[in-house]
Design a protein around this ligand. Structure first.
Ligand SMILES: [Zn+2]
Length: 193
């Protein structure tokens, strides 16, 4: 049975080298922020800059590796029903909602949820960088570099599967940002095999 991440919450869990993590969108149109740390040395974490540099693309899918800040492969994408994910933007946070949405009493967002879930593993908030945002749909204008955050292309039951290339601590959210998911906060499901 898959585990469930409730709307606007986050979790942390262990993923061993060689295990596969399936992240699925049970209702469709929801985003899941995924971040990974080397379990043996949490200074090593997912790096969007290195990953996109080596891929020479900003949209990643089946067959693409996700690299760490030390240029080691942390995860491989081994299956992908959707083909559109984001690896440019940081987890939504109370500052996102304050600056971008003008909220006066902002939700703590994926960032706050990840910080709370990762704290028991000795990972402080300042270590949380750019997450791999499963199903997040951020089309970029190739001429101007401007981008939009549009509703995900994921349909109910769509999934993306990662294989761990080292022992990891994973943080995972059901995104809290209205723009990411078309204004509908939904759960996310995950399973390890
Ligand atoms: Zn979010």
């Amino acid at each position: 049975m898959p585990h469930r991440v409730e709307p606007r919450t986050g979790v942390a869990f262990m993923l061993d080298r060689g295990q596969r993590l399936t992240v699925s969108d049970p209702e469709g149109g929801q985003v899941a922020d995924l971040i990974a740390f080397n379990r043996d040395d949490v200074d090593e974490t997912l790096s969007n800059g290195r990953t996109l540099d080596y891929a020479s693309r900003i949209y990643l899918t089946t067959g693409d590796p996700l690299y760490s800040n030390r240029s080691n492969v942390m995860l491989d994408i081994v299956e992908d029903d959707v083909g559109r994910h984001d690896f440019l933007l940081t987890p939504c946070s109370k500052d996102t909602f304050r600056i971008l949405y003008g909220d006066t009493d902002p939700h703590r967002g994926c960032f706050g949820n990840l910080a709370e879930a990762l704290a028991p593993h000795g990972i402080g908030a300042d270590r949380i960088g750019t997450a791999f945002n499963c199903f997040m749909n951020v089309p970029v204008n190739g001429e101007t570099g401007t981008f939009e955050v549009l509703p995900p292309l994921s349909k109910a039951g769509d999934r993306i599967v990662f294989e761990a290339r080292m022992d990891l601590i994973i943080g995972l959210t059901a995104c809290s940002a209205p723009l990411s998911n078309g204004g509908s906060f939904k759960p996310i499901a995950w399973a390890i095999a």
